[in-house]
Design a protein around this ligand. Structure first.
Ligand code: M6R
Length: 609
């Protein structure tokens, strides 16, 4: 995720900003840049790649100032490049901006600036629009110009702005993306995240949504959305830098689990227009392209493959096109039937997984159209695809994938909805009902995440187990696979997942007194069948922990313990039911004192065969 750092004071701003950017490196980034006020001008330097690339081009001692802004970019609009790196400026470089998040209506604003004001854009970013927009409204008062520009911008973002004519201030705005000010002695800071300035100050002011902050050397002034001044007590930070990077969580995995509501909302809302229509920016899937398709392959590895299993259910149901899912390492060697009427969907968080990339090349070579669902902008899978559907999960640091998985699921729903509607196989009413239900998921998930005491207690009871079984039917079976993998990879417990209906064909022989079964029972239409499966295993001594929808009390008569997830339509439950399984795996691994973020023998990105 992008990082913002701003400093105004008496010390060497360049060093302080670069140190702040270094502290934000853990969030992941693909380019970095800095803008300093010098000799009546704003001088910007930026570079793609690691921070050390930027450090090389700002090393000369003359490049220095008492104030400036810096940024690490995680690409969303436009590939990672020097040009697209932040900061971005207006045409005469007098107003400069860094930005986290996305401006949803940037195309509309860009068109207006180009057509009505002859603005010539230098980059592909949505951020540059902000600089030109502020410039358009600037009439000697930066604060007023920022307010006017913000009133035109839609989206979720945090920005920091400086202006050559007003070198005594940095202006920040927060809208659904974090921004925090740090209070120093004769200096002040602005950043997207506390670690950026924790080395220098411990008193901070958190901005609320829709607030603007004017940061000068002497003071920090906050304004609400009506431009009324707001008084706010500073907060004293007593965490160490390491804890601060993890947002106060002990491991990135827990932080990322808690980021899921936002990641889901970002992935969905940024592609919905005001009528609830899905807008697939940059993807050209027209009705005739969809009509031509005779089959769809979804190919991926590990967790991404499990997202593909959900994709099969929903895309096939909504489009009535046959969908096959395959693990990439199998697909590439089995001489699959692929032709020019095939759509190949690759799913990959990193976009660098060797097997997925090789499978993609195999399908491309046979004439398939390639659509990838990727988290890392500009990654190899993204670059080699015809179309890319980005998940907006932000960087995922823990090896165990959590927020990338749920955003991959969201993309599966959106692809199904988009194609089904265009093809006419999905009724308008069903389309809109599903969109409405999807929009409700982030808040439901946030509410569920407020209290994990029950799951923590379960982990305390079962963390010494040597084996665990995960079962479910229909979509629940796909979540069982994912829950089982999560437990395996971070707890090192031997887990086994199977479609519940398959148990009686062999695996049930393993059940004995006390065998632990994590049982997903969220599918209303398969509920009765699932109750029978639970009876079968309990009769043989199994201890059953069930995951069911809130309000479904009947399950309590069959299972030993029930974890309730918020209610939602059957087809959408994977977005919610996976979360208790992620938490269970986390707490079990924690109780076993494992290194949760870096499990043994595993790497975040598997770039070898
Ligand atoms: O980067 P990718 O999504 O292509 O990675 C695929 C798998 O290696 C990955 O999902 C892996 O299974 C996760 N560590 C599981 O948590």
């Amino acid at each position: 995720m992008c990082g913002i750092v701003g400093y105004i004071g008496k010390a060497n701003a360049k060093e302080i900003i670069v140190e702040g950017l270094r502290r934000l490196e853990y969030r992941g980034y693909d380019s970095a840049g800095i803008a300093l006020y010098r000799n009546g001008k704003i001088e910007t330097r930026k570079h793609v790649g690691e921070l050390k690339n930027l450090e090389k081009i700002i090393a000369d001692p003359e490049y220095d100032s008492y104030m400036g802004i810096g940024h690490t970019r995680w690409a969303t609009h436009g590939v990672p490049s020097d040009i697209n790196a932040h900061p971005h400026s207006n045409s005469d470089n007098t107003i400069t901006v860094v930005h986290n998040g996305i401006i949803e209506n940037f195309l509309e604003l860009r068109r207006m600036l180009e057509e009505e004001h002859n603005v010539v854009f230098r980059s592909d970013t949505d951020t540059e629009v902000i600089a030109h927009l502020i410039s358009l409204y600037y009439d000697g008062d930066l604060h007023e110009a920022v307010n006017k520009a913000v009133a035109k911008m839609r989206g979720a973002y945090a920005i920091a702005v400086i202006c050559a004519s007003e070198p005594d201030k940095i202006i920040g705005v927060r809208k659904d993306a974090p921004l925090v000010a740090g209070i120093g002695e004769g200096c002040n800071f602005l950043a997207s995240d506390i670690p950026a300035f924790l080395r220098y100050v411990r008193r901070v002011i958190f901005l609320e949504n829709n607030e603007t902050v004017v940061v000068t050397r002497e003071k920090i002034t906050i304004y609400d959305e009506n431009n009324e001044q707001v008084e706010r007590e500073p907060y004293h930070v007593d965490w160490d830098v390491d804890a601060a990077e993890k947002g106060g969580y002990p491991f990135f995995m827990m932080k990322e689990i808690h980021e899921q509501p936002k990641a889901l909302a970002d992935t969905l809302k940024r592609r919905l227009d005001e009528n609830g229509d899905i807008v697939l920016d940059g993807i050209s899937l027209a009705r005739e392209d969809i009509d031509r398709l005779s089959r769809i392959y979804i190919v991926a590895c590990g967790t991404a493959y499990h997202a593909g299993l959900v994709g099969k259910y929903v895309i096939e149901k909504m489009t009535r096109i046959p969908v096959e899912v395959d693990v990439a390492s199998e697909f590439r060697y089995r001489d699959p039937y692929v032709d020019e009427n095939t759509l190949f969907i690759a799913i990959s968080q990193s976009g660098e997984t060797q097997d997925t990339l090789a499978a993609l090349r195999e399908a491309k070579g046979k004439g398939a159209r390639i659509l990838s669902v990727v988290n890392v902008v500009g990654s190899s899978v993204a670059r080699e695809s015809d179309d890319v559907f980005y998940t907006w999960a932000g960087p995922e640091i823990a090896v165990a994938s959590t927020k990338a998985y749920v955003t991959q699921l969201m993309c599966m729903y959106m692809i199904g909805l988009y194609m089904g509607r265009l093809k006419g196989t999905l009724a308008e009413a069903d389309y809109h009902d599903t969109i409405r239900e999807l929009l409700a998921v982030p808040d439901k998930l946030a509410a569920f995440l407020e209290d994990d005491t029950q799951i923590k207690n379960l982990a305390k009871r079962f963390y010494r187990r040597n084996e665990m079984f995960y079962i479910g039917r229909g979509l629940d079976s796909t979540v069982a696979y994912e829950g089982s993998l999560k437990m395996k990879e971070i707890s090192y417990i031997n887990t086994f997942a199977i479609a519940a209906g398959e148990l009686k064909h062999g695996t049930i022989a393993l059940v004995e007194e006390g065998t632990l079964f994590i049982t997903l029972a969220t599918q209303d239409k398969l509920f009765e069948k699932m109750l029978s499966n639970i009876e079968e295993i309990r009769a043989r001594g199994a201890y059953v922990v069930a995951v069911a929808k809130e309000g479904n009390r009947e399950i309590e008569t069959k299972a030993d313990e029930v974890i309730y997830i918020p209610s939602c339509p059957d087809d959408l439950t994977p977005l919610l039911s996976v979360v208790p399984l992620q938490l269970f795996a986390y707490h079990v691994a924690d109780a076993r004192k494992n290194n949760i973020d870096k499990p043994r023998n595993l790497a975040k990105s598997v770039t070898v065969e």
